[in-house]
Design a protein around this ligand. Structure first.
Ligand SMILES: NC(=O)C1=CN([C@@H]2O[C@H](COP(=O)(O)OP(=O)(O)OC[C@H]3O[C@@H](n4cnc5c(N)ncnc54)[C@H](OP(=O)(O)O)[C@@H]3O)[C@@H](O)[C@H]2O)C=CC1
Ligand SMILES: O=CC(=O)O
Length: 360
């Protein structure tokens, strides 16, 4: 069985200078722990007072630790969509030296205005940075941006690291990992759980796997963008964990949608259903957050429906690979496919309720 590590950040946000010349180095050692042992990250006040790390721009990966520390290198960010933009923004706000690239260049403007540098290709970003993050839509775009013409691989090499935070399947992640590692660089898959708001608030959950030393190095950056991080061992385990989580989420949303419509059909107020659900054992932040707007037929996009359907499709592939029946997820997948065919791809995944409406 692999080794697993999860660390949570304290309730207070990291100081804004976590990446800057006034970076605070928190003394700790990296020690993977067995699964289900989730220590909370504690700061040692005396080390806060006594260990101010000097700023240095290094072409080598730093020796930052998994439980704290600072990252003083150059950070690349590829993919500035709903998730990538706030994640990169949080790094900039924390004082990191960030270089961005996005297929649609105009989406870089906000980041450049906030202090980011720009490079014209993923290869140029990777060659000018110590660590490069990628937050892309799906397996195809993740492979293209890593391994395609002018892909990040062309700019990678010994002393660098590539962190793919996109939601993809394990086979895709392994193939990107192999291409990156052939250059002598390190690879970490780190898909995130948590949507637009958690990304804005630096409250994501990172599900990482791959090179443990890269995990350790980028931990201060993950701490800026997220509230906790799990190290799950071999490449593929992070992807699998993310797909299982999103398989559950997709089915939950489909079931909730059925409940909303059924309650209305039998003469109940669906808003009251949302309230009842919120007080019981099946309460979930997702239902309370999205329920009221679903009742109004509004689906402001946080997690695009097309990405939820992609995750269900990939989860079905994962289940197939181990002959595990997942009939609920298979049924939910059909519903998301129907919603896509009715034009709801780019709306929030809660628009799946529309696929159940008889008048469609
Ligand atoms: N939104 C959410 O709540 C969450 C999303 N995720 C996952 O994170 C990833 C990104 O999601 P999100 O930010 O919402 O998605 P968006 O659709 O908002 O952004 C997708 C990004 O991928 C880029 N992209 C898409 N296709 C290509 C391509 N062929 N070549 C180059 N770039 C491409 C887009 O570039 P361009 O701007 O040019 O279109 C954009 O930067 C997905 O894997 C998603 O499943 C994970 C957790 C939560
Ligand atoms: O992948 C989506 C999420 O909310 O997590």
């Amino acid at each position: 069985m692999g080794r697993f590590l999860s660390l949570s950040k304290p309730s207070t946000k990291l100081p804004l200078y976590a990446c800057s010349s006034m970076a605070v180095a928190l003394t700790s050692t990296f020690s993977p722990r067995p699964f289900f042992q989730f220590p909370r990250f504690k700061r040692n006040p005396s080390s806060l007072l006594n260990s101010i790390a000097p700023f240095s721009v290094s072409s080598q990966l730093s020796n930052a630790t998994a439980e704290g520390g600072s990252f003083s290198g150059r950070v690349g960010f590829l993919g500035l969509g709903i998730m990538g933009t706030p994640m990169a923004l949080n790094l900039i706000k924390a004082g990191c030296d960030v270089t961005v690239w996005n297929r649609t260049k105009s989406k870089c403007d906000q980041l450049i205005n906030q202090g980011a540098k720009y490079q014209a290709s993923p290869a140029d970003v990777a060659s000018s940075c110590d660590v490069t993050f990628a937050m892309l839509a799906d397996p195809q775009s993740a492979v293209d941006i890593a391994c395609g013409v002018n892909g990040a691989v062309k700019g990678m090499g010994p002393g660098k690291g590539y962190v793919d935070v996109s939601t993809v399947d394990g086979a895709t992640s392994k193939s990107i990992s192999e291409s990156i590692k052939e250059t002598g660089a390190l690879f970490l898959e780190a898909p995130v759980s948590g949507s637009k708001k958690p990304a804005e608030d630096g409250q994501l959950i990172f599900l990482t796997a791959g090179d443990a030393s890269l995990y350790e190095t980028v931990a201060p950056l993950l701490n800026i963008m997220g509230k906790s991080k799990f190290y799950l061992g071999e490449v593929g385990n992070g992807a699998a964990m993310k797909l299982v989580v999103n398989m559950i989420m997709g089915s939950m949303m489909a079931s909730f949608s059925e409940g909303l419509l059924l309650s209305e059909k039998v003469g109940l107020d669906p808003n009251v259903l949302v309230e009842v659900v919120s007080q019981g054992a099946i309460s979930a932040p997702m239902f309370s957050l999205k329920g009221p707007s679903m009742v109004q037929g509004k689906y402001p996009t946080a997690f695009p429906l097309k990405h939820q359907q992609k995750d269900l499709r990939l989860a079905l592939g994962l289940a197939e690979s181990v002959s595990q029946p997942i009939p609920m997820a298979a049924a939910a997948n059909e519903l998301y496919k129907a919603a896509k065919s009715h034009g709801f791809s780019d709306q929030d995944f809660s628009a799946v309720v529309e696929a159940l409406k008889a008048n469609l």
